[in-house]
Design a protein around this ligand. Structure first.
Ligand code: SF4
Ligand code: SF4
Length: 311
């Protein structure tokens, strides 16, 4: 897994659109949301006024659905802003155009997700393999993730071998949610955890943890751009830092996290001593009920938000 934390630039996590053409069974995104409209020139101007070097972490939904997406990537690259893109790789024509147009050297990572059931339903598994190999041949840095939804566990090892024979190494990505009244990733069995770790030794690094109020570098080396242009520290801690159109001020140093739990990049953004302390306190906490209740509460809140269309 490529870390988003680098000392020479700031990472902006940006949901360019919630809209998605896939309907994965384990997804809680509002995929039928309309595509937002962004003023890219204004975004670039705000970023350059900070005097920092930036990496745009463009996520969704499916980013390649955004109109004129390749042109937007080009604008960032021309302004020395590197790219880190989450994608399901489904919009083949645009991905090929991207590969022809954008220099691989300006792409920090293509965070590709293989949604195997959706691929099979569309009869597009071979298309996926060709596209990934094409990107690999052009030296784009990439990783291919496979969400270990408990419903897919029985087939993962077979899929892993199949894609390996096609030149693609799958990274198991733990499922975050509740299935048959069991909260994941906490309820993976020891054997399942071993299988996940075999394909992806860092797999559990970015799963949920409870930061307490440890000092985190989010707000200084990472920001989150919300749909209305508000810039906050991250997806969990909404401390405002400004607006992507009118200006933003980064924090000067790591400061205590205000979120009840971290589901994103926090493990990369807190220092090693705090990590050891968090592991010690998690091990000492014999009562697992509290974190699990939080997990269930988070899950039902996501379902409710999706039902009410407020994501
Ligand atoms: S591709 Fe991603 S955003 Fe789209 S439905 Fe699947 S998990 Fe959700
Ligand atoms: S620990 Fe996680 S939730 Fe807290 S500020 Fe850092 S990235 Fe955000």
């Amino acid at each position: 897994m490529r870390t988003i934390l680098k000392s020479n630039r700031v990472f902006a996590s940006w949901v360019i659109t919630n809209s998605c053409n896939y309907r994965c069974s384990y997804c809680y995104n509002n995929c039928s949301a309309p595509v937002e409209k962004w003023d890219i020139d204004a975004i670039i101007s705000t970023l350059s006024r900070t005097g920092q070097k930036w990496c745009m972490g463009i996520t969704g939904g499916e980013p390649f659905l955004y109109p004129d997406f390749i042109n937007i990537c080009n604008q960032f690259v021309k302004n020395d802003i590197t790219l880190y893109i989450d994608t399901n790789l489904s919009i083949e024509k645009k991905v090929l155009e991207f590969a022809e147009t954008i220099p691989a050297s300006m792409v920090e990572n293509l965070y590709i997700s293989l949604h195997i059931e959706e691929r099979e339903r569309r009869n597009e598994v071979n298309k996926f393999i060709d596209l990934v190999n094409n990107l690999q041949n052009k030296s784009f840095p990439l990783q291919v993730n496979y969400v270990l939804d408990p419903r897919l566990f029985h087939r993962f090892e077979k899929d892993f071998e199949f894609f390996k024979s096609a030149g693609i190494t799958l990274l198991a990505k733990p499922y975050k949610g509740v299935y048959r009244l069991r909260a994941y990733p906490e309820f993976y069995t020891k054997k399942q955890r071993e299988i996940i770790l075999k394909s992806s030794p860092d797999a559990f690094r970015r799963t949920l943890f409870y930061p307490g109020n440890v000092r985190c570098d989010a707000g200084r080396s990472l920001v989150r751009i919300a749909a209305d242009g508000t810039v906050t520290r991250c997806v969990g801690d909404h401390t405002p830092l400004g607006n992507i159109y009118s200006g933003l001020s980064l924090m000067d140093e790591a400061t205590p996290c205000k979120a009840p739990f971290c589901t994103c990049f926090g493990w990369d953004l807190i220092d090693d001593e705090d990590k050891k302390m968090l592991i010690r306190s998690a091990l000492a906490d014999k009562i697992v009920i509290k974190p699990l209740l939080r997990r269930y509460a988070g899950y039902y809140w996501r379902v409710l938000k999706k039902t009410l269309h407020i994501v």
